[in-house]
Design a protein around this ligand. Structure first.
Ligand code: NZQ
Ligand code: ZN
Length: 388
């Protein structure tokens, strides 16, 4: 039965190859000081930086530089961003990049006016902000996380080996996001496929729970088919605008809170992957792909009917003359074949994971209860070993 819920998505999206021009409509809504948040320099190479700076100058904004946001942004970088924003009286945080820049901007936005230590308040105690939040805008250059239209912000603490995501309330969502599929053309193939697998897994995390007749699951199946279809086109031709557009739009829908309404979610692949990421600092999507198949093969018997549905509806497996288990297994085998075609990491050892890390990764894995099986610590260790 569909659970009870409320639904609000506060982000205004501008999508398309001319979408940057709408920055002119958004900027007048905010004060003069714009903190531009970006990574290690890809936006300088592909020209996006120059385009954005031109629009900011035309709108009379003071530009405050906040560069060097690393993939998997750290708690130290968060402190730096807060300091920059306080010193410069930032009115708008403008993230230009992938999920890391966007997540980081959100984490800064709730910390600038906060008297407490943000890591402890938001990431250890999972409290909600009680201070004024600096508005965030996003110019997306990598499709994957959905951060452009959600309130999630993941921060890594290397000292304690913890990578934790806080999903805040809708007031933390970006006020606007600009999605130009052409901005993703310069992504290296490894990042493109990591993003594609991240999208797919976000959908799986919300699909593999419950056995009811939920509209969200039908939407999820359509989104999964679209990602699979477009990914194969983009693999052959990364500049296929239609495929890259579909991938970008699907990424947003996969995690903009819609398909999670009215049902529980699983999210254990993300818990395992995030903990592995805290040890290896590997690309987010690759940490997920490395643990996915051992995890799904382990929980399949507990959610057999849904795995069977996944096989027939998403992968087109013919069920005739086969047991439910055989059909479900064929579905996962088809998924494995697709993952190999993409070229994502299939094992933790491919992304720097070692036997010595297993106990620590297991300790850092939050055990959630929304999926088909609430795992014990021993089972987590077993799944991680199977992923090596
Ligand atoms: O450093 P820059 O120059 O930005 O380069 C980045 C980075 O090296 C590069 N890149 C991005 N766009 C590019 C480009 N290179 C060339 N051309 C472009 N157009 O790609 C690399 C990865 O970027 P990053 O932002 O780290 O990737 P992604 O979008 O996958 O974000 C990952 C972070 O988001 C978190 C992850 O845990 C991770 O910390 N997540 C956030 C979620 C959310 N907010 O809901 C959910 C996700 O499950 C995820 O956990
Ligand atoms: Zn993810």
């Amino acid at each position: 039965m569909l659970g009870n819920f409320s639904y609000l998505n506060a982000t205004k999206l501008y999508f398309g190859d001319d979408s940057l021009k709408y920055l002119n409509e958004e900027l007048p809504k905010y004060g003069k000081n714009v903190q531009i948040v970006y990574g290690s320099g890809s936006i300088k190479k592909n020209g996006i930086y120059d385009e954005v700076v031109r629009v900011l100058k035309e709108n009379g904004k003071t530009i405050i530089e906040d560069a060097g946001v690393m993939p998997n942004p750290t708690v130290e970088k968060l402190h730096e961003g807060v300091r920059i924003a306080r010193e410069n009286h930032t009115d708008l945080l403008l993230a230009i990049g992938g999920g890391s820049c966007c997540d980081y901007a959100k984490a800064v936005s709730v910390s600038v006016n906060c008297d407490e230590e943000p890591w402890e308040k938001y990431y250890l105690r999972f409290e909600e902000p009680t201070c004024e939040i600096i508005p965030v805008g996003c110019i997306l250059t990598m499709a994957g996380t959905g951060s452009e239209m959600n309130a999630g912000a993941v921060i890594t603490n290397h000292e304690t080996h913890l990578k934790i995501g806080h999903v805040f309330g809708p007031e933390v969502m970006p006020k606007f996001s600009i999605l130009n599929p052409k901005f993703t053309f310069s992504l290296p193939k490894r990042q493109m496929v990591a993003g594609i697998y991240d999208i797919f897994n976000h959908i799986c995390e919300q699909y593999f729970s419950g056995q009811d007749d939920n509209t969200s699951d039908y939407i999820s199946e359509a989104l999964m088919k679209s990602v699979i279809h477009s990914s194969l086109i983009a693999l052959k031709d990364p500049e296929d605008y239609e495929a890259r557009s579909n991938i970008m739009w699907t990424a947003t829908w996969a995690l903009n809170t819609l398909i999670s309404r009215g049902k529980t979610g699983d999210w254990m692949v993300h818990m395992l992957g995030q903990s592995a990421g805290a040890y290896t600092d590997a690309t987010h999507g690759m940490t997920l792909s490395a643990v996915s198949l051992p995890y799904y093969r382990y929980i399949m018997p507990y959610g057999l009917q849904k795995f069977k549905r996944f096989a027939t509806e998403v992968w087109g497996i013919c069920p005739e003359g086969k047991s439910d288990e055989e059909v479900a297994k064929e579905g996962l085998a088809a998924m494995e074949e697709w993952m190999k075609k993409l070229g994502v990491a299939m094992k933790l050892s491919e992304i720097g994971g070692t036997e010595e890390m297993i106990e620590g990764i297991a300790d850092g894995t939050l055990i959630l209860e929304g999926g088909y099986k609430v795992l014990t610590r021993e089972e987590i260790v077993q799944i991680l070993r199977n992923s090596l």
